[in-house]
Design a protein around this ligand. Structure first.
Ligand code: ATP
Length: 446
């Protein structure tokens, strides 16, 4: 994609997500806070729906995966054992000698400053951990870190889960939560931020089964994105070269998405071997081994699937954002304008149903519409909208990806039925009010 086109789509998404309440710059009234974003009323619904789908898929749909929610602040000893402090959770930073902008070396295409073409310094290590103090005294003994990944909270709870759930290998522990990294070059909107949310599952298994499970989880995770509506051709699995593997990894494959700014990682699938449990055993003095039914004692291997909720959301927005020149045929009042449709999986849509009275000055119609809205909002995310022409209201809903619009009109008063309109086909059908709930449930879960 040409540079101009890339920026065009990215700029459009930034302004669209702000205008329709998906994503706002953090602390905007103070000029913003670099690389931090807030999710607005529709963004939070969309993100919650993504997390809900992930959680359902990874826990409820697997008999042997359980969830936890570990704290963000942990003993600093965790980060010594994990290697984040010692081996260094660091990126190589280079600085331009001319404009003094800083960059992550591994993300640079050339050995020149991408901003001004200036010469770059030699790389130096830069630790990505965000430091903080706990307790009232800010001395060295009070230092801890905001977790840079959620998985360590899982490893240190391995024994607790094993015992409390009477778990047997192979089994998994899933977690969704915030992580923090002092990224050198946060950029590309919500792609790389300093505070973000991860959805991670750690699969504990017998070392002899690790390769088999790696393949299984890689396929499962690729399919998850495809099922949510990401086109196959916009996804790829990229094997990490042996000499580029992180210190803990035996194998790593990045699931990448074709963003407007190029192919980028949205999830990592890693074989972490016995590294984490062995090191936590060593540092804590606790035995984190496992004894199988045959009496064989060993340290389980870990296959990790590590996804970013923010990157998944970004991916879905890139994929679903469609602009249709001249508008779609139904909305005659929009001819010659550009019409936006957010073509997003119905299950994930922030609003599922919009209830629209055809006119707002006929009390029986608005009253009935409000009754329908009150009935449906118990089960579905609904919006009630009576302002503007019906065409404009459909367009407003199409723009945020609402799969179904219900129109209450004069016929409703006589026949006790409404018009149900489908976002994608724009087809309308009459449905009895008494059958609406069941009908919509079926449509959303089919
Ligand atoms: P990158 O190479 O892009 O920095 P990474 O390899 O360091 O990513 P992992 O440590 O494997 O990323 O983290 C797993 C997932 O967490 C990533 O695939 C991504 O979805 C998410 N993630 C990591 N860092 C960030 C960030 N700074 N902002 C948003 N999401 C992130």
């Amino acid at each position: 994609m040409a540079k101009k086109e890339e920026n065009n789509l990215l700029n459009k998404l930034v302004s669209f997500t702000k205008r329709r309440g998906f994503v706002f710059q953090s602390s905007e009234i103070y000029g913003g806070f670099s690389s931090c974003y807030d999710f607005g009323p529709l963004g939070v619904e969309l993100k919650n729906n993504i997390k809900k789908e992930w959680w359902k898929k990874m826990t409820r749909m697997h008999d042997n995966i359980v969830g936890i929610d570990a704290s963000v602040l942990m003993s600093p000893k965790v980060w010594e054992a994990s290697g984040h402090l010692t081996a260094g959770f660091a990126d190589e930073l280079v600085e331009c000698k001319k404009c003094h902008h800083r960059f992550r070396k591994d993300l640079l295409e050339k050995n020149k400053c991408p901003d001004c073409g200036g010469e770059l310094t030699n790389p130096k290590k830069f630790n990505l951990m965000l430091k903080t103090f706990v307790g009232p005294v800010e001395d060295d003994s009070a230092i801890t870190y905001l977790r840079p990944e959620t998985c360590q909270g899982i490893y240190v709870n391995f024994k607790n889960v094993l015992q409390s759930m009477r778990a047997k290998l192979p089994f998994g522990i899933a977690q969704i939560g915030k992580s923090f990294r002092n990224e050198i070059t946060p950029k590309d909107f919500i792609f790389r931020t300093r505070e973000f949310e991860q959805m991670e599952m750690q699969w504990f298994c017998d070392p002899k089964d690790a390769d088999k499970f790696f393949e299984y989880w890689l396929e499962e995770r690729m399919n998850w994105y495809i099922k949510l509506g990401i086109k196959k051709e916009n996804l790829r699995a990229k094997e990490t070269e042996k000499n580029e593997l992180a210190h803990y990894a035996k194998r790593a494959v990045d699931i990448e998405y074709k963003f407007p700014f190029g192919w980028k990682e949205i999830e990592g699938v890693h074989n972490r071997g016995e590294w984490d449990l062995l090191n936590h055993s060593k540092h804590s003095g606790q035995d984190l081994s496992y004894t199988n039914d045959e009496g064989k004692k060993f340290t389980p291997y870990i296959i990790e699937t590590s996804a970013g909720a923010d990157r998944a959301l970004f991916t879905l927005l890139c994929e679903g954002f469609k602009e249709i020149e001249g508008g779609r045929t139904e909305t005659t009042d929009s001819t010659k304008e550009v019409e936006t449709v957010l073509d997003i999986n119905k299950k994930l849509a922030p609003v599922k149903i919009a209830v629209l009275p055809l006119v707002k000055n006929k009390e029986e119609i608005t009253k009935t519409a409000k009754e329908i809205f009150d009935m449906l909002k118990v089960h579905f995310d609904c919006q009630y909208d009576e302002s503007g022409s019906i065409g404009r209201r459909y367009r407003r809903q199409d723009e945020i990806g609402t799969p179904y619009c219900i129109t209450v009109d004069f016929e409703t008063l006589d026949n006790k039925d409404v018009t149900l309109r489908d976002r994608d086909t724009m087809k309308q059908e009459r449905v009895k009010i008494s059958e609406l709930g069941g009908k919509i449930f079926n449509l959303l879960t089919s």
